[in-house]
Design a protein around this ligand. Structure first.
Ligand SMILES: [Ca+2]
Length: 249
């Protein structure tokens, strides 16, 4: 009986100790620091960079070329091809400066065949339109003419908004495009033609903090460029956004 009473006493003491250790003051207890909202996902970034007074994003990470096989008659197949599939896929993908991705060109009428690693590179544009035809080159793949034709590329940035808000993303593209915000596909068009400001629009939400933005733009021939900005409910540019570019995961 006596040992049984001692046993219940021990249980009581342990219960008190467990209750006390439930508080943050219990010595030796592991401490988990809560991550700062938003910033912890991107610990290393370049920036911030302002958007222009008209809202255009000029600072991007860019990678390409990828093969946009075919033409506007039989369909440029690059628009429907996920060139980032081996790295988590277009929707989940996170770019950072110098991140390597593989590109594979089959021998075709447009370029010599080849396989190589591309690196995401930083681009700071001085114009609203990002001219991919002047930026992207890969002579090792046998692509020796400019602008590169029958090709596709990606552009990525983090868009920082001071508040959560409903906006419209407005895109111009020569030729086809797809766009993802916060890893969700907003839309795209397998189209052909010159880059026209605000030609394609998608209603969306910018979260407070950092919003990863991925754009895909492909060309068959001629020009190869795009422009992106956000508009408010009055169709006026959202000019208080800041752009960051991840340096590493
Ligand atoms: Ca074109």
């Amino acid at each position: 009986m006596r040992s049984g009473a001692n046993c219940w006493m021990m249980v009581g003491v342990m219960a008190v100790l467990l209750w006390a250790c439930g508080s943050a003051t219990c010595p030796g207890a592991p401490v988990t620091n809560a991550a700062a909202p938003g910033a912890s996902a991107y610990p290393n970034t370049l920036g911030p960079y302002a958007v222009t007074a008209k809202g255009f994003i000029l600072n991007w990470l860019i990678v390409g070329p990828f093969p946009n096989i075919g033409n506007r008659v039989d369909g440029c197949k690059g628009w429907g091809t996920d060139f980032l599939q081996a790295y988590g896929g277009e929707a989940a993908f996170m770019a950072w400066k110098d991140r390597e991705v593989k590109t594979i060109f089959a021998e075709s009428d447009y370029w010599l065949g080849g396989e190589a690693k591309l690196k995401w590179f930083v681009h700071a544009s001085t114009a609203d339109l990002i001219d991919l035809g002047k930026l992207i080159d890969y002579p090792a793949l046998g692509i020796t003419f400019k602008p590169i034709q029958y090709a596709s590329a990606y552009a990525f940035c983090l868009v920082e908004s001071p508040v959560e808000r409903t906006v419209t993303i407005a895109i111009g593209a020569d030729d086809d495009y797809k766009v993802w915000l916060n890893h969700a596909l907003l839309g795209g068009q397998p189209v052909f033609g010159a880059c026209v400001v605000d030609k394609y629009t998608h209603a969306t939400i910018l979260k407070k903090g950092l919003n990863p933005l991925l754009l895909k733009c492909g060309t068959d021939s001629g020009g190869w460029d795009f422009c992106v900005r956000f508009l408010d409910a009055d169709k006026k540019p959202v000019a208080d956004l800041r752009i960051f570019l991840p340096e590493r995961e």
